[in-house]
Design a binder for this molecule. Structure first.
Ligand code: TXA
Ligand code: MG
Length: 359
């Protein structure tokens, strides 16, 4: 590690993961208790040795993350589950077989070896096997289990490009492995298998239907669907206003249809006109399908509505772009809440602090 004592700033090494020796350097840093940001198929993660409480403490410090918000432990082989977790049920094994490596995180009761510093004081542990080549190679090369939250400063959108990680964490961590743009763009689905009924704690690319096809009935944590703030989400991270852009974001929704109707388009155009006249910088979040229908200086495209995957993969980058452009007010269309749309709306609603304007 190259810690500059005068400024307390770390000289962050930035390398393409395919560069010769990059994975080995990353693995060595992790073995020495340092932090490495790396690409996964969902978002970039900020990794440290999951069994080293000091490494976990460094992760919280680098992100400015509340220490009651547990980290996900990333593994490269299923056998690791039995080192880290107790009471691995048959259903959990079916899920591991069906979706790993891939964007599913599973909650188990933890074994003693997993420090409370990594699990935010909980007696359960979140485990995931990512499907990105760089992540798997780095984990294997290090011979460790890697605790990794998303590699953003706490409260900012998760990083989907190495540039986003550089923006947030350059000088705060030891290394960034650049793997270009990630594939999925929103964080993994989290399913709690430590309780009687399997429960989704965070929606993601692996949907309720996909899980139910493998193990039968799955519940969704009530806090995710019910706006009552007195119901605490079971995943501590879901209670924080995450992903918030600096400008004020509102979702404009037609109660009769999840699609952007003419009423939605008219409402957004009116709001844009009003705020622009007041001297504010305004942006519209829409998809290619509707981009021509808005009159606004900043029209940010989230891919194509019919293809949820393109919307998911652009969402966080566009929220960051709003910050870079210094946007004061952002108006977004809403999305179908089915399947992947449910995960997209979950992130968008959080980014908007649940501000929805209905027409
Ligand atoms: O796709 C992902 O999952 C990415 C990549 C890097 O793997 N990681 C990620 O980590 O999104 P993070 O730290 O940003 O989100 C982890 C979420 C938080 O909401 C946290 O509260 C929850 O997982 N979590 C972790 N351990 C938990 C546990 N034992 N019980 C309940 N929730 C847990
Ligand atoms: Mg995160």
């Amino acid at each position: 590690m190259t810690n500059d004592k005068c400024t307390n700033k770390i000289n962050t090494i930035i390398k393409a993961y395919s560069e010769e020796g990059a994975i080995e350097t990353a693995a060595k840093i992790l073995q020495d208790g340092g932090l490495v940001a790396f690409p996964t198929e969902t978002v970039y993660g900020l990794g440290g040795n999951a069994l080293n409480p000091e490494a976990s403490a460094k992760i919280y410090a680098a992100k400015g993350r509340p220490s009651d918000n547990p980290l996900i432990v990333h593994i490269a082989d299923t056998s690791a589950v039995y080192e880290l977790a107790e009471d691995v049920s048959e259903k959990a094994v079916y899920l591991m077989e069906a979706f790993w490596p891939g964007p599913l995180t599973i909650i188990f009761n933890k074994k003693e070896v997993v420090p409370y510093e990594t699990t935010g004081g909980l007696s359960t542990v979140a485990i995931r096997m990512p499907s990105h080549d760089a992540a798997l190679k780095m984990i294997r090369e290090s011979g460790l289990y890697i605790a990794a939250p998303s590699a953003n400063l706490s409260g900012r959108p998760s990083p989907t490009l190495a540039e986003h990680v550089i923006e947030d964490l350059n000088g705060r961590i030891d290394m960034i492995l650049d793997g270009g743009p990630v594939g999925i763009g929103i964080e993994s689905t989290i399913v709690d298998m430590s309780t009687e009924t399997p429960t989704i704690l965070r929606p993601g690319y692996i949907t309720k239907n996909m899980l139910e096809n493998i193990i039968g009935h799955v519940e969704i944590d009530k806090a995710l669907t019910c706006p009552d703030p007195s119901i605490r989400p079971k995943a501590p991270g879901m209670k924080y206003t995450h992903y918030a852009p600096k400008g004020s974001l509102a979702i404009v929704e037609d109660l009769n249809t999840p699609l952007a109707s003419q009423a939605v388009i008219d409402k957004i155009n009116n709001l844009v006109r009003e705020k622009t006249a007041e001297g504010f910088k305004v942006a519209v979040l829409t998809t290619k399908d509707n981009s021509e229908k808005y009159k606004c200086d900043n029209i940010l495209l989230l891919g194509e509505k019919a293809e949820g995957t393109t919307v998911a993969s652009h969402l966080y980058a566009k929220l960051r772009e709003c910050d870079a452009l210094g946007i004061d007010f952002i108006y977004s269309e809403s999305f179908n809440r089915d399947e992947l749309g449910g995960a997209i709306m979950n992130r968008l609603l959080k980014a908007a602090g649940h501000c929805v304007i209905t027409v």
